[in-house]
Design a protein around this ligand. Sequence first.
Ligand code: NAD
Length: 330
Amino acid sequence: MTILLTGAAGFIGMHVAEALLARGERVVGLDNVNGYYDVRLKQARLARLAGRNGYDFVKADLADRDSMAALAAAHPEITRIVHLAAQAGVRYSMQDPYAYVASNVLGHLGILELARHAKRLDHLVYASSSSVYGANQTLPFSEADRVDTPLSLYAATKRADELMGYAYGHLFGVPQTGLRFFTVYGPWGRPDMAYWLFAEAIMAGEPIDLFDGGTLRRDFTYIDDIVAGVVGALDRPPVAVSDAPPVRLLNIGNNRSESVATLIALLESALGRRAMIREVPRPRADVAETFADIAAIATLTGFAPATPLSVGIPRFAAWFQGWRHRGGAG
Ligand SMILES: NC(=O)c1ccc[n+]([C@@H]2O[C@H](COP(=O)([O-])OP(=O)(O)OC[C@H]3O[C@@H](n4cnc5c(N)ncnc54)[C@H](O)[C@@H]3O)[C@@H](O)[C@H]2O)c1
């Protein structure tokens, strides 16, 4: 089986690529290695994949039609796609909204078009986000809930991906699974996310910007659990039932909502230092709480998250200290 994996230089992409290669799949990784955060981290991730049996890498931008056409022509053998490349980050979408439409809307269309014309394709799995639940107040968040109140442009582009996917399922029968990831963390993680920013500030003796006194709550999901869920979903392409398109949406979270104050306490104990706190109001793009109902993915794949925050944060902290010690190099 040949799998196109977009976002291979990214946090989740590198881990999913490793898991697929470990079980003997052929993987074509794609990424534009952009400078949204430290490119050395992306390069170090790519270096972990380079040279492995069955792995190829293509540096290309999803939104570039010629590059996507060349990719499709060079790899007619692609049977599955794991599409993780995106402009991520909730708050940054207030600073550079165009980057979100370019990568997450135009880029997502590039993948849908590739999938539509790939003769041997039987499943496209793509990253959506818990942020699509926006102002939804019903907890835990269920796939049956309404998702028409996005609080950020990032969330709006992820919801657009789900809707575009539905249309391609209906029109062209492209089999798809959209995964709504809930706050993913772990080794080789993302420097723009709270757990990393907090760890960096704690080690540097600088204050942490804490929203609303640490009362925000998140369903924090450890990377190994995410990888198991992505691979489990990938292995089960949806089938069309009568007139319904072969598309589905699944939450993938830890099924526990924990406060940001708990996250900080775990980081303090793992790093052996106290945090300095600077209280600031919550930005309008951030939701108060996320909490995943995971019954659907559990029923479909047997997904059962096995890593509580109290285990995952010390693992992240140990990796983070090594990364810092090496001066931010692989
Ligand atoms: N990490 C989380 O907590 C989380 C939560 C919800 C959803 N997601 C989604 O999961 C996916 C993976 O997230 P991640 O945390 O690994 O992020 P990441 O930023 O580490 O990885 C995304 C990768 O995509 C690449 N990319 C961006 N735009 C591109 C383009 N136009 N063409 C080619 N490559 C491009 C980037 O260079 C990057 O390496 C994203 O779609 C993200 O929106 C992540």
